[in-house]
Write a protein that binds this ligand. Sequence first.
Ligand SMILES: [Zn+2]
Length: 250
Amino acid sequence: MTALRFRALELADTHCHLHEYDERDVLRIGRLGLKVLAVSDDYESSLRTLVLSRRHLWVVPAVGLHPWSVDSESIRLVDKIIDLALEHGVKAIGEVGLDKKFAPHTIDLQRIVFIKFVEYARAAGAVLTIHAVNTWREVLEILERYDVNSAVLHWYTGPAELLSRIRSMGMFIGVNPSIKIQEKHRRVVEKAPLEILLPESDGPYKYRGLMLDPSMIKDVIEWIAKLKGLSIEEATDVIRDNIRRFFRSL
Ligand SMILES: [Zn+2]
């Protein structure tokens, strides 16, 4: 698919760490014709993301504190990041969440941070882009408790039996270019309802030798088409509609 066609199709990368790219790459990504939901990891990257969103119309900014960045020092940053969101009218929060696998030692602090962001999202009508690893049920319970359902579980690797619950909550899951190289990600897409799938890159991140990048959104859609037995046009139509519903409040 050409960049021109992407522009006409209003597709998006729903999870990208755009703040990590240099200027030249940001311009290159801009030429893909995608809308990019640019997530942040901490206070500094939230500031950088906001600068990028002022410079480029295709950037939708999300501010947040990544669960891997949460420690006893950083916890004081949550209120500063939420103040930034309020000051700039930010309608997307991320990357936030709970990770018991790679950062189990800070899980109690992560819960405090995550709930503060969930409360902001509810009050501001913002969408959440969530990192959940070995915490899928707990994350869904928190969202239910706070009555928040404008959310995506990015790069979903959780159990298949939660997929229908995610759909009934009106939420989405992110499908990552890792689908190109890993069978377990293909199994998730096979089992997931089509209407909850959102394409994402999580770029720039090197995963098992694959440098994840927004230019791979077309590959993600091609894989979704293949696994769901659809033409690329049919899959693109559904994904475009999913993106429209996800971005509704933005
Ligand atoms: Zn990420």
